[in-house]
Design a protein around this ligand. Sequence first.
Ligand SMILES: [Zn+2]
Length: 579
Amino acid sequence: MLLSLKKGNLCFISIFFVLSSNLGISVSEAQVVKWKPDPKVVPPLTYKGLVPGVSTAKQVRAACGEPQHENLWYAYKMLYRSQDSQEGWDAIHLESKDGKNGTLGVIESNSIPKGWETVKKVQGHLGQPEFTLEFQRHSLIDYSHHGLRFVFDLEGSTIGIAHFPHGRTRVHEGQLRHLSLRSKRQGPQKAPSKIGSLGNLQMGGSVVDLTPQDPTWLGHQVKKDDFKVVKNLNARTAVIQKDGKTIAIVGADLFGMSYSEIQPIQSLLKKQGIDHLFLAMSHNHAATDTIGIYGFYPKDYVGYIQKQIVQGVLEAKNNLQPVGRWIASSDELSLKGARVQGLARNARNPGIVDPQLAVMQALSKDGKPIVTFVHFSCHPEGLSRGVKETSPDFPGYLCDALQKKLGGTAIFLNGALGGMVTGDTISRTHSEAEKAGLHLAKEAERILKFAVSPQEFKFSVNVSRFEVPLTNPRLILFMNMSGRRKLHEGRVVTEMAHLRLGDAELVTVPGELLPELSFEILSKMDGYPRMIIGLTNDELGYIVPGYDFRAGSYEESMSVGPAIGPMVKDQAIRLIENQ
Ligand SMILES: [Zn+2]
C-alpha cells in the first residue's frame, strides 16, 4: 500500500505544482496583498511619507530607523514602538521575505497623526467612506480606494490605522455599505432575575492524543531525523445530553479534514447514541496536511485520528454528569493598531478583524468546571517549521493553561479565520506561540468572571446538508485524482449547523469563512454569545464574499469557487431564521 501511494503521489505532485505555478500562486504569497498601485498617486494620508506597494524596505529604514524587532513571518515583518504608547507597536509588513530590498506591503499603525484623531476629523478629510462597520465597542471605516482603513473606540477616537496599496475599491456600488453589530449583547451583561432549571442536562469531557505516532505516517515531506514533537496534539471533547438528545463537540489540533473522512466517524458514533458529531478543527499549520492537498495523503494517520476521535467521544460520554450551572460571556479585545495586538491581524484586508473572544462553561453540581469552551478567530500558523516541529500552536497552550488553572476539559473553537486572519506575534517561534496562548487564557479567565447563566437553557441542533459547486480547476483535479470525495455533477456535499446552548448561539461553517461574511451572519443572530465555528466537519478552503472575489489571489486559489460565499451566507441565515 505505501509503495503504490508513493508512486500515485509523485505524478499527482507534479500535476498539482504545474497547475499551481500556472496559476502563479505560491503558498508563501498567502500573506501579501497582491495589488500594484499607481506609483504616481500619493494617498491622502501616509505613514511617514511611505506608500504601500511602492516604497522600498530601504525607504522604510530611512524614514523609521532600524526596527525594534524584525523577523520573517510569512512575509518580512518589522516592529516599531508606536509614538503614542509604550506598549503598542506599529507593524510594517513587506511584500516579500527580503528585509533589505523588499517592497512595503502593509502598515498597521498604533500611532495616530495630528489632525486624524477622531472619526469626525477623518471624514472631514476623506468624506463619505466606502464601508462602515460598528462593533459594540469599536468601529471601522474603510477607504480602500485610498489604501486606508481606520479603527475607532466607542467615543470615536482613532485607535488604529491600516495602510495598504491604494487604488482598489473593496466594496463597490450596490453592495452593503454599512453594517452594525452595536445593538448586540457584548461584554458584561446583567444576570437574569430568574435562572431557569437546567433539567436533566448532563455534560462530560475528555482529552485524547492525536500526535502522529510514527513520522513515516507523514510521508516524504518529513525525514525521521528532521522531525520532532514539541507539544502533543489533542482532541478535546464535550458530550452534551439533554431530553434524550446527545451531541459531541470536539476541538481538534488538526489542519483540516474532508467531510468524506468525517462522515464515517459520525455514522459510527450514531450507533453509539451520539446524535451528531461536530468536529471543529483549529486549522493548525504545525500539524500535517490531513487532506493531502499539498501532495501527500497520510492515510494511516487519518485512520489513527478517526479512531482517536471515536474513543474521545465515548470517553466523554462515559464521563457524563449532571450540570449544576451553565454560564457564558463574550467581550471585544482592543483593536488598537488596527489589529488585536499580539494575537490576530488581517493580512488580506488589514484592519478587518473580529475582536470578539467568547467563553462557555459547564460546572458540576459542586461547582467544579466540567467543560470550558473558548472561541476566537485566528489562523494557528505562528510556527515557522510547521509539522517538522509538531505542536498545536497557541490553542494548545491556551487549553492546557485553562485546564491547569480551572480543571475540567478546555476546548478551543476557531472562528471566521479566512482571508487572512493570522497571528500577530513578534516571530514564528514556539515561545511566541506559547505567549499568545497564555495571553488568550488570561483574557478568557477575565471574561469568565462576568459570565452569566441564561434565563432558560435552550438546547437545539439543526443540521443542513447542502451541495456546493466546485469550479476551481485545481481542486477539481485534486478531487478527481485522489478519488476520496465524490462530486455530484460538479458539486461537493457538505454541512452546516445552528446550535443553541442556553443563550449561546453557534453556527458552524465547513471551511475558512472571511470575517466580512461572518459579520453579515452575526448581524442576524441574537444570542449571547454569538459564535461562528470554522472548519467544522469539513475543510472546503476559503469562503470569500462574492463582491470581493479576486481572481488570481491566494484565498481564491484555495477556495472551491465564488459560489460558496453567498451559499454559506444563505444557509446560515436560513438556519438562524428557522431555529
Ligand atoms: Zn487557511
